[in-house]
Design a protein around this ligand. Structure first.
Ligand code: SAH
Length: 372
């Protein structure tokens, strides 16, 4: 039998306000319940002691707080942790925690699998099943926060969130935005927009919508400085080519000097890692407030690429630095437990039979108003 009760983990403050209004209650109930759920990790309404007894009973009848289930946890020698979570329908996704000296970052998934099929990414090779619900996205932060707790000074261990796990977050726009509203809300996680980063392969129209409704930090998976090469690595480029993508990035940071776009660039030996590639990248990014993150390619079973060697990566980085672009090489973390960038696979029950060719991929994505 399916449960007809509302899962309150699917609602941000606006959603909870509406929910309590329907129950004939005042909106401040939303704030109380947000605190119970997201700050105190209480899932049993009868323990919510600042709600009166009759409201607690009505909530027990009409609502639930239902989370994904942790089915495996792996800890890397470098402190990285990876959780395998079971979602409804027996699909599994992965969430990764990366501790660093000055922060703790949680890498969250937004979809079961991914439809974009970037040629160097393990997630894409698993196929695509479905979007995650809000409860399944924010549930990753809830579970990780509850597990990791606070440091001896009483500060939360998780200080930053990156929407960089499995899936393309902007292809699950509404649910991802609702979950990020909860991340930013002082009554739930209270993170500043600078500490919440969404990474996209370049869904141009959704980037503009994001800027309008939930302007978190933006990262863009660039990986190539020319359309010819990017078409090959990130097939979505055929839909939203570089000039459209870069214009969207300019619009995203326009009017706010604190903002810059982080460009991710996976280093693939002999494919995109030469000095001419670095110079083309400099030309492409000229005039845009930008940072570049070089990601040494992380191999996975069946991958055809090789990681660029350290000297090549250094040379590429130095060329970008000389050109005036802040560039860092992302440290590979958690690769001993397959938790590094691009290695997340989970268990995807593929309903699309992702053997879809790229032409079809392009045709199922919404059309760009900018594409000719
Ligand atoms: N779909 C979004 C979110 C994924 S973020 C996006 O494309 O941005 C994960 C990041 O890891 C992306 O920059 C992705 O391109 C990169 N990545 C994927 N596979 C990788 C691999 N095998 N090695 C290193 N980085 C990889």
């Amino acid at each position: 039998m399916t449960d007809s009760r509302t899962n309150l983990l699917n609602l941000d403050r606006a959603g909870l306000d509406a929910f309590f209004t329907c129950l004939g209650e005042k909106p401040f109930r939303a704030r109380q319940v947000l605190r119970w759920i997201h700050q105190r990790f209480v899932t049993d309404f009868s323990a919510m002691t600042d709600l009166n007894k009759s409201l607690r009973e009505r909530l027990t009848e009409s609502a639930v707080i239902s989370l994904p289930e942790i089915i495996q946890q792996h800890c890397s020698a470098d402190g990285t942790r990876k959780w395998l979570l079971r979602m409804h329908g027996n699909n599994c996704i992965e969430t990764v925690f990366i501790p660093e000296e000055d922060r703790g970052t949680l890498c969250i998934s937004s979809q079961v699998g991914c439809i974009l099929d970037c040629s160097f990414c393990a997630t894409g090779k698993q196929g695509f099943n479905r979007n995650l619900a809000v409860s399944e996205i924010i549930g990753q932060l809830w579970l990780a926060n509850k597990t990791l707790g606070r440091d001896p000074k009483g500060e939360r261990i998780i200080t930053n969130v990156v929407m960089m796990g499995m899936g393309e977050p902007l292809a699950n726009f509404n649910n991802v935005v609702t979950a990020m509203n909860l991340m930013l809300d002082d009554f739930s996680y209270g993170l500043s927009w600078r500490r919440v980063t969404l990474s996209t392969a370049g869904m141009v129209p959704a980037m503009d919508r994001l800027r309008a409704v939930c302007p978190v930090n933006l990262a863009v998976s660039l990986h190539a400085p020319t359309d010819k090469l990017r078409d090959e690595l990130v097939p979505l480029n055929k839909k939203y080519p570089l000039q459209d993508l870069l214009s969207a990035c300019r619009r995203y940071v326009a009017g706010d000097r604190r903002r810059a776009v982080t460009f991710e660039y996976v280093m693939l030996a002999g494919v995109n890692d030469s000095l001419p590639h670095a110079r083309a990248l400099l030309r492409l990014l000229r005039g845009l407030p930008a940072k570049v993150n070089l990601i040494p390619f992380n191999p996975f079973s069946g991958s055809v690429y090789r990681r660029s060697d350290a000297a090549t990566i250094d040379r590429f980085r130095e060329e970008l630095l000389r050109g005036g672009i802040m560039t860092v090489t992302r440290k590979t973390r958690g690769d001993d437990i397959a938790a590094a960038c691009g290695q997340l696979a989970g268990r995807v029950q593929d309903r699309t039979r992702r053997t879809m060719d790229r032409q079809r991929l392009v045709s199922v994505l919404p059309r760009s108003p900018l594409a000719s």
